[in-house]
Design a binder for this molecule. Structure first.
Ligand SMILES: [Zn+2]
Ligand SMILES: [Zn+2]
Length: 377
């Protein structure tokens, strides 16, 4: 099997003997691929064509350009950013950094199927995940290690026309890849990207043994932040609206999961806002202990008021977290060691055909209680 796996399906010589157009299952690679009238290989992808509309299309298989790899996508997550593309609320659609049609998908793992010029052939066959943020690599920010906030950056499946992973294949720069150990299965692999965001937020909170942390917003990121804080030894509380999300957090072992009315008047050494609430940042500020730390990773749809006088008069440290980039390696290690196991977050794994429903907020039949839906392209 190993030898066969190293032959990417669309490079298989048997493919060229296929009459076209057709649906072709290669007997050597066993992978299904379609070809168009001119013999060009096609891949299936979920294409969002406008607010509220989209579906599965056959697109030309991506090429591995110089410095790039093509990955066979094994699993991809759907997240809040994707839902914002569905509604049309996503900021980049209005700033000109993104436009329809778009192939979404920035939380993914897969197997390298082909490499472009200048890329080590040894990548072929390796299981990988990739950084969402693709900085230009040459500007001042990139050179200083801040490629995730490069002004010229692309974001996979989000920004700059870089197709994402809700497709059978995607092409990404080899420099964005992280190899996955066997202990990181496909579910964990597609949770590395949101996990990297959460790990950075947990680290920014700086809470460990003897500290008490509060996480506002028990969604995917909130639960992940709580898990990383718990792994660091902190006493973790969660704050959310009444309902299923808090119940789910309790099922993960977070018994201190409160509504605002129930929240006990305890000193919190760190407060992490993972919500999209307009008033949540000010609430976080009102709840944190003097000398403590505030972390902002949730994005509201409107400006959020915050009185900086309260910030400095309490000698607080406030940190914003945009991306997973600097935290991906550590997240993979935490999953591989079992220190953090976020797999219960995944409620269901669906097909590309089901993505529109998921984006519209309809829960798949038989879905579990978790906040995350995965796609098997
Ligand atoms: Zn995401
Ligand atoms: Zn740059």
């Amino acid at each position: 099997m190993e030898a066969l796996r190293s032959v990417p399906a669309y490079q298989c010589e048997l493919l060229s003997s296929t009459p076209s157009p057709s649906f072709f299952r290669c007997p050597r690679c066993s992978t299904a691929r379609r070809v168009d009238d001119d013999g060009g290989v096609l891949v299936r992808a979920f294409v969002l064509t406008g607010p509220g509309e989209g579906g599965v299309q056959d697109l030309p298989a991506p090429d591995a350009g110089p410095g790039e790899v093509v990955v066979d996508v094994e699993r991809a997550g759907v997240c809040g950013t994707d839902a914002e593309f569905f509604t049309g609320a996503m900021t980049y659609l209005h700033s000109g950094h993104a436009s329809y049609p778009v192939v979404l998908g920035h939380e993914w793992c897969g197997t390298v199927a082909a490499v472009g010029a200048g890329v080590d052939e040894a990548w072929v066959g390796r299981r990988v995940m990739g950084d969402t943020m693709l900085g230009c690599g040459t500007c001042r920010r990139c050179r200083r290690g801040h490629q995730h906030v490069c002004g010229q950056r692309q974001e996979v499946g989000i920004r700059g026309g870089r197709n994402g992973a809700l497709a059978e294949q995607l092409a990404v720069p080899v420099t964005s890849l992280h190899a996955l150990p066997d202990a990181v299965d496909p579910v964990l692999g597609a949770l590395v990207e949101p996990g990297g965001n959460a790990l950075r937020a947990a680290q920014a909170a700086g809470a460990g043994a003897g500290d008490r942390a509060l996480v506002i917003g028990p969604g995917t990121i909130g639960c992940l932040v709580a898990m990383f804080l718990r792994a660091a030894g902190a006493e973790v509380h969660l704050l959310g609206l009444p309902g299923a999300a808090l119940e789910f957090a309790r099922s993960l072992g977070f018994e201190d999961a409160w509504t605002q009315d129930q929240l006990p008047p305890l000193p919190f050494d760190a407060v992490v806002d993972c919500s999209t609430g307009t008033t949540a940042p000010a609430l976080a500020l009102s709840l944190v202990e003097p000398g403590g730390r505030l972390v902002f990773i949730g994005i509201a749809h409107e400006p959020t008021p915050l009185d900086t006088r309260d910030l400095l008069l309490a000698d607080l440290t406030a940190v914003g977290v945009l991306s997973a980039s600097p935290g991906l390696g550590e997240t993979i290690a935490a999953y591989a060691s079992g220190a953090v196991d976020p797999r219960p977050l995944v409620a269901a794994t669906v097909n590309l055909e089901d993505v529109l429903d998921v984006l519209a907020g309809r829960r798949p039949p038989g879905a579990g209680p978790g906040p995350k839906v995965h796609v098997r392209p």
